[in-house]
Design a protein around this ligand. Structure first.
Ligand code: NAP
Length: 322
């Protein structure tokens, strides 16, 4: 079996930027772009986003799927080869690495893991329908919150952690009012975030909905509200909303390398030599959200994909493999 110089796993902004750089460095990368691992599809989380307005270079904004097609086309133009399957196994203990998907088994000297993270959803019946159709349910306020349909409207954020407060704070710039729906009556968020939250509550921009879980989201084509259940009393009620942002955490898609690659307690891959993309496994690099619980932006993932490709290229050269 021929040994690939570099295999890239993942096709979000991190993986595809790594592919562009690796291809231009004549490393002939092979990219497993995935199929539906982690609930994602080729292109990653941006495939579930509508207008992307914060990626530099697109002053009028660009649709997430259109942007990811452009990333992919650019990677293909320089010779990236793609396999549209989920990787189901990586043997990172032996050299070269072995990577297996349903119908392909390949070996590679270097691997760039860019499998991303998947937003956690509540799992209520109509949530994904109104999320996937752009009907007003989203897992990313920074991605979708500034859309015209949310301007001046009542919006909800689910969660009580730092992400929920951050998203809710961001939404107050556009919304008429932001309701923070939390299953307890105490926030998990840090003190600084809590201070920010209670200041906005005092200013009337935000309102907590304590002890409440969402039973379902309401509306046919567009969200009209949520059905809530009070966790203390069991009482059900409807809250009219035009947008709902679910901020109950992300799960990094690092399961392929758990137990081999060093991860933090939440499963994010640790990068022991920042800013480098090297992991504790020599020759295995990580890019994008699978190694980033902090920024989680398309542009930061793309930047880290560039860094991973440069790191891999230098590593291959230092080992005399190119
Ligand atoms: P998180 O801290 O795990 O908080 C998740 C929140 O969602 C919790 O309040 C939790 O409720 C709630 N939740 C979880 N599952 C739920 C469900 N099924 N239904 C309803 N509510 C649910 O996650 P995060 O806020 O995304 O933060 C992740 C990490 O990133 C944290 O370490 C955080 O500090 C960091 N972060 C930092 C910043 C910043 O500093 N600017 C910004 C964002 C994130 P309970 O509280 O009841 O468990």
């Amino acid at each position: 079996m021929d040994v690939e110089q570099v295999v890239i796993i993942g096709s979000g902004p991190g993986g595809l930027t790594a592919a562009i750089y690796a291809a231009r460095a004549a490393l002939k990368p092979l990219c497993f772009e995935g199929f539906n691992a982690g609930g994602l599809i080729p292109g990653g989380q941006l495939m579930f986003t509508t207008e992307v307005e914060n990626f530099p270079g697109f002053p009028e904004g660009i649709l997430g799927p259109k942007m990811m097609k452009a990333f992919r086309d650019q990677a293909a133009r320089f010779g990236t080869r793609f396999v549209r399957e989920d990787v189901i196994e990586i043997d990172a203990k032996s050299r070269p690495f072995t990577i297996r998907s349903e119908s392909h088994t390949v070996q590679a000297h270097a691997v760039i893991l860019a499998t991303g993270a998947s937003a956690n959803w509540m799992g209520v019946p109509n949530e994904r329908r109104l999320a996937d159709s752009g009907g007003g349910v989203s897992a990313c306020a920074v991605c979708d919150g500034a859309l015209p349909m949310f301007r001046g409207q009542a919006l909800g954020v689910v969660g009580g952690g730092d992400s929920a407060i951050e998203e809710a704070t961001y939404l107050t710039k556009f919304a008429g009012k932001v309701y923070l729906i939390h299953r307890r009556d105490q926030l998990r968020a840090s003190k600084a975030m809590q201070d920010r939250f209670f200041k906005l509550v005092a200013e009337g921009k935000m309102e907590p909905v304590w002890n409440s879980v969402v039973l379902d989201v309401l509306g046919e084509k567009a969200l009209t509200g949520v059905r809530l259940k009070n966790t203390a009393t069991g009482a059900e009620s409807d809250l009219p909303l035009r947008g709902l942002f679910v901020a109950i955490g992300h799960t990094p898609n690092s399961h392929l390398v758990r137990g081999v690659v060093d991860c933090d307690e939440k499963g994010y891959i640790r990068l022991p030599h920042p800013p480098h993309s090297t992991t504790n496994i020599d020759g295995l690099f990580a890019a994008g959200d699978v190694a980033d619980h902090h920024y989680r932006q398309a542009v930061t993932a793309a930047g880290s994909g560039c860094m991973a490709a440069l790191d891999a290229e230098r590593w291959l050269a230092a080992k005399g493999l190119i």
